[in-house]
Design a protein around this ligand. Structure first.
Ligand SMILES: Cc1cc2nc3c(=O)[nH]c(=O)nc-3n(C[C@H](O)[C@H](O)[C@H](O)COP(=O)(O)OP(=O)(O)OC[C@H]3O[C@@H](n4cnc5c(N)ncnc54)[C@H](O)[C@@H]3O)c2cc1C
Length: 403
């Protein structure tokens, strides 16, 4: 049976240890996390928790007592500094633990702005952890001026919360349009108009040149020369996988910790899952930065650690909440050459369906859970309805599942 150690007490780590026990693993399990809190959900950090509409207790994936009940040793506030894959040990401070199998669920690290452009001034934040969100919260006072750098999901969600709280919000996106990396122009246009309707000043095709201030940020200069007074800044310019320990252990990395279709790294006793792990999907090595992937991949790794020998088939899905809009995304749109728009029969909200040739790849559904659900099931079943049927508001979406 042996000792299984999981490093990284986030979404994937929590899912992995829970699954090990539910599958009947009777050996010792240790879950080690650098953060002080037991595993919690990150999505509300830029949504309801930041808005003040969700209590801390509801953030935790399980109450702390769960781990003791399940005989899972939880070591918190404990950063692992080294792995020795030959001796099969991990080091935390002066302590050394032996493992039989190890899993890395170390997540990812947000990009920060370089110090030379003011990135280390007080009042400049990223949103990854509870500590980050708690530090930002006191800044959210009506009338204050916040600059959001980056028009991806996290930047847009933070902008929506700030606007709801009565702040003056400016968001800059260096690319031609918000969400350019992840969505079609149709989705960007819709989301932009929602933000503009709520008073967010969205500036696209313009980046941040530098921030200034003595100790604390007081102004931002944009690449078009505009100078904006600011009270604080939230940076949402992407993340990188946390591969530090994997590198120390000499594991292969390629866009994250390289895993095979079983979730195993280049060392057969070490596995990886969640944001930190890359894997093959439709002939491309990808990483998915999402709750759904963290759970599914971690649960599969748990099965495989116990000998199931099953391949991972990713079923990408994601969501984002901004103002009264719930955007739900199924599939991965990489390589799309056409977007079909459908107006929802009940919601009168659009959904955007991505095709490559005749193949349905992904759906972005706006306040339309039915379009999302049907799209997800079609994609997972490998079914591609006629785009004209999708575009026709008379088509009963559910009927497409029966074809
Ligand atoms: C603000 C925000 C909003 C989001 N919104 C959504 C959303 O709406 N929908 C969605 O699907 N996804 C969303 N995500 C992404 C989602 O939360 C992540 O994909 C998911 O948390 C990944 O889980 P993980 O376990 O791989 O990593 P994490 O949850 O990041 O956990 C990794 C943990 O490993 C720890 N760790 C790292 N190195 C060590 C070490 N050496 N020793 C000990 N511990 C270590 C870290 O401290 C961290 O606690 C959001 C993320 C953020 C930050």
């Amino acid at each position: 049976m042996g000792h299984i150690i999981v490093i990284g007490a986030g979404q994937a780590g929590q899912s992995l240890v829970t699954k090990l026990r539910s599958l009947g693993h009777a050996g010792t399990i240790t879950l080690i996390g650098a953060e002080p809190e037991p595993p919690y959900q990150r999505p509300p950090l830029s949504k309801k928790y930041l808005l003040g509409e969700m209590d801390l207790n509801r953030m935790f994936l399980r109450p702390e007592s769960f781990y003791a009940e399940q005989d899972i040793t939880l070591k918190l506030g404990a950063g692992v500094s080294a792995i020795d894959p030959v001796a099969k040990t991990v080091t935390i401070g002066s302590e050394t633990l032996n493992y039989d199998q190890l899993a890395l669920t170390t997540g990812s690290i947000p990009h920060r702005l370089p110090a030379k452009i003011g990135g280390d001034l007080a009042g400049v934040y990223t949103v990854r952890t509870l500590t980050d969100a708690d530090a930002i919260e006191p800044e959210f006072k009506p009338g204050r001026k916040v600059l959001i750098v980056g028009g991806g999901y996290i930047g847009l969600e933070a902008a929506a919360v700030a606007a709801r709280k009565g702040l003056q919000v400016t968001l800059v996106e260096m690319a031609e349009r918000i969400l350019q990396r992840v969505a079609a122009p149709e989705t960007s246009d819709f989301i932009r108009s929602v933000h503009q309707g709520e008073g967010v000043d969205i500036r696209e095709g313009v980046g941040l040149d530098h921030l200034s201030g003595t100790d604390r940020v007081t102004a931002a200069t944009l690449t078009d020369g505009t100078e904006l007074p600011v009270d604080f800044v939230i940076v949402g310019v992407g993340i990188r996988p946390d591969i530090e320990l994997a590198e120390i252990a000499g594991l292969e990395t390629d866009n994250g910790i390289k895993t095979n279709d079983r979730g195993q790294t280049s060392d057969p006793a070490i596995w990886a899952a969640g944001d930190c792990a890359s894997f093959m999907f439709n002939d491309t090595r990808i990483r998915l930065e999402s709750v759904g992937n963290a759970i599914d991949q971690a649960e599969l790794v748990a099965e495989n650690m116990l000998g199931a020998d099953k391949p991972y088939t990713a079923k990408p899905w994601f969501w984002s909440d901004q103002f009264d809009v719930k955007l739900q995304i199924a599939g991965l749109n990489t390589g799309y050459d056409r977007v079909v728009t459908r107006q929802g029969e009940h919601s009168h909200m659009p959904s955007f369906w991505y095709y490559r040739g005749d193949q349905l790849l992904a759906v972005d559904a706006i306040n339309d859970p039915r379009a999302y659900m049907v799209g997800k099931r079609l994609i997972e079943a490998g079914k591609s309805p006629d785009p004209d049927a999708i575009a026709n508001p008379e088509t009963d979406l559910k009927s497409l599942l029966r074809v």
